[in-house]
Design a protein around this ligand. Structure first.
Ligand code: SF4
Length: 53
């Protein structure tokens, strides 16, 4: 799987994770908010391109 060095990611449960490095393998991802007005990067935003492996 080709790692994209422009997209760092630690979600190894995702089928697009590069596994051997903390990187995503997609050419691009979509980041979305979980609430109407995001105020916290940990709680209110997420990678919408995630797919469970
Ligand atoms: S799609 Fe999103 S969650 Fe999955 S490896 Fe890429 S950046 Fe991480």
């Amino acid at each position: 799987m080709r790692a994209n060095r422009s997209i760092g990611c630690s979600v190894t449960e995702c089928k697009y994770h590069a596994k051997n490095e903390q990187l995503c393998s997609l050419d691009q991802i979509h980041v979305d908010r979980n609430v109407t007005n995001a105020a916290s990067e940990e709680r209110d935003t997420e990678c919408a391109s995630f797919e469970k492996e």
